[in-house]
Design a protein around this ligand. Structure first.
Ligand code: DX5
Ligand code: ZN
Length: 552
């Protein structure tokens, strides 16, 4: 079974948009804490949680307790995406008579707990988890607590109780975003080490200052620490937690308050404030412009691919691009599913398998079994019937469905009907066969033309650029609508993969900020938008781009 990576990503994005809309309509609410736990809820709702929106009281459902109840917009948005109620109902958030109040309330079917009175959700969770044991039920309890909430003594009483009674059917997420209502958690009541300055990135950089895990361990808990925005880490942590017997698990998830909207990120002001209506189009554009880096390991040492994977892991890549070449579809031969299977245990980072082979329909199952999370096949060697088969088997295994076209190939008409459910479209920008080639400039035009077709057929996946992407052209490739960037020569062939990936990200970010500045300029909101970025370093960088554009 694959990770279902792109589907989760898409639904997380959808839920974030709904949070923005709902809090804006309400004129109040909590986007910051809804966004810090967005990927956690995305993984639960789209992968792990057992539930039935048609039958919210189904006895064997898993229980999700949102103890940090102020993040209700995040919960409700996921419930809407999951089908508990129409998305349009989110416009009633915080209105009299609505079931969607500022904090979760049992009058909303599917809500398990009236959160908001902070500190009580964990006690409640221990209770229902113990009750499940007494009743010999095997459903699981997932609970989300906040770091500000952890100031409450009751959290620690519950922690002791869960450990004493070996409540192993309970998994807790600590949404460790370092910010509570008034300020940084480390200033108000340190969970890690006291923060002297105003720069919370200090806490991020230095793992030796993290003490929260030790606290929970000393209370008898199984502790897993992750980056709470990495879908694959959340997924792996949940899977691991479910295997641990005799003790409860806490997944300490390092997160960013307001994650995905730059001006909200790490800014305490967005704990409980609604975005203004005029800014929303810019926020939506930003949410739709998230991007991923997928290094191609064949650009490295082919005799030691294990090491190439490790370099990508160390470089914090989003995906790992695996170019399978069979010596027939392309003249080169690289590796097959057996190698992928060998590499799989080295990391949980999603495998983005690019099949440059003949007759992919005959082999696709092998690549699923080898542990691919996305499998891309080529238009030149598929037709409506074989691609239909490939599409269905990938979907059934929660593996992302990718389709690739060579430089000389147009999107075949038969493929249009698959576009709305396609997860990834690779538009090759070199003739496939090897890394280190030059980007074919005509690809820009091709992308511009493709845009209309993709829109017309409701493509909602990610476009991946593959071949010759480098620091010079990556900004313009982003402007073409590409959101996943393969890098062989410019990343894996470099000595320092980590720096190369960081440079890729910075270039894309610059290009994205430029687009958002242009948009805010068009809307007459330039200064307002710039001023929203209160963290000085960010604002300075944005101002610099605005100056380059001649806006300031
Ligand atoms: C080409 C492959 C690419 C290639 C990328 O056939 O599909 O993934 O290795 O390498 P660069 O970025 O060097 O073109
Ligand atoms: Zn490739």
């Amino acid at each position: 079974m694959g990770l279902n990576y792109y589907q989760i990503k898409k639904n997380v994005r959808r839920a974030r948009r709904l949070v923005i809309e709902a809090t804006n309509t309400a004129g109040s609410g909590h986007p910051g804490g809804s966004f810090s736990m967005a990927e956690i809820l995305g993984c639960l709702f789209n992968k792990h949680l057992k539930f039935d929106p048609q039958n919210p009281q189904w006895e064997d459902r898993d229980r999700l307790v949102l103890s940090k109840g102020h993040a209700a917009p995040g919960l409700f948005s996921n419930m809407a995406v999951a089908g508990y109620f129409p998305e349009s109902e989110l416009s009633t958030l915080r209105k009299f008579g609505s079931k969607l109040q500022g904090h979760p309330d049992l009058k909303c079917p599917g809500v398990e707990f009236c959160g908001g009175s902070l500190g009580t959700g964990l006690s409640y969770s221990v209770g229902i988890a113990l009750a499940a044991k007494i009743d010999s039920k095997d459903h699981h309890v997932y609970t989300i607590i906040g770091d500000g909430e952890s100031d409450e003594g009751q959290v620690w009483e519950a922690a002791m109780t869960a450990s004493k009674y070996k409540v192993d059917n309970l998994t807790v997420f600590l949404d460790r975003n370092f910010i509570q209502q008034d300020s940084y958690t480390e200033k108000i009541m340190p969970l890690d080490e006291k923060l002297e300055s105003d720069d919370i990135t200090e806490m991020w950089k230095d793992a030796s200052r993290w003490k929260t895990g030790d606290k929970w361990r000393s209370f008898g808990w199984n502790v897993i620490e992750i980056d709470g925005h990495r879908i694959e880490q959340i997924d792996a942590a949940i899977t691991k937690a479910n295997t641990v017997k005799g003790m409860p698990t806490i997944i300490i998830s390092r997160t960013i308050k307001g994650k995905s909207v730059e001006h909200m990120e790490d800014n305490p002001a967005w704990h409980g404030k609604a975005p203004d209506t005029d800014i929303i189009p810019i926020i939506f554009h930003e949410l739709d412009s998230q991007f991923m880096i997928s290094p191609s390991i064949i650009a490295g040492d082919m005799s030691n691919l294990e090491n190439e994977i490790k370099r990508c892991v160390n470089g914090r890549s989003d995906l790992i691009h695996l170019d399978v070449m069979d010596g027939q579809f392309v003249s080169t031969k690289t590796f097959d599913h057996n190698k992928i299977k060998e590499l799989r245990p080295l990391t949980v980072i999603p495998f983005d398998t690019h099949l440059m082979i003949n007759d992919p329909v005959k082999h696709v199952k092998d690549y699923i079994d080898a542990g691919s999370d996305i499998v891309t096949v080529h238009a030149e060697v598929t037709d409506e019937s074989s691609f239909g088969e490939i599409h269905d088997i990938l979907k059934a295994h929660q593996v992302g469905v990718g389709f690739a076209i060579n430089p000389g190939t147009e999107l075949p008409e038969w493929s249009y009907k698959f576009l709305s459910t396609l997860d990834q479209l690779i538009v090759m920008s070199v003739v496939p066969g090897k890394s280190g080639q030059k980007y074919i400039e005509e690809t820009h035009e091709k992308m511009a033309k493709l845009k209309n077709t993709l829109k017309k057929y409701a493509f909602s996946g990610y476009v991946e650029a593959d071949g010759g992407v480098n620091l010079e052209n990556i900004g313009s490739i982003f402007l073409d609508g590409v959101r996943v960037f393969v890098g062989g020569g410019a990343i894996v062939a470099q000595q320092d993969v980590r720096t190369a990936i960081r440079d890729f990200r910075n270039e894309i970010l610059k290009s994205r900020r430029r687009v958002l500045l242009q948009q805010s300029h068009r809307l007459g909101l330039l200064e307002k938008w710039i001023d929203l970025h209160v963290l000085s370093e960010k604002q300075d960088q944005i101002k610099k781009i605005a100056q380059e554009e001649g806006f300031l």
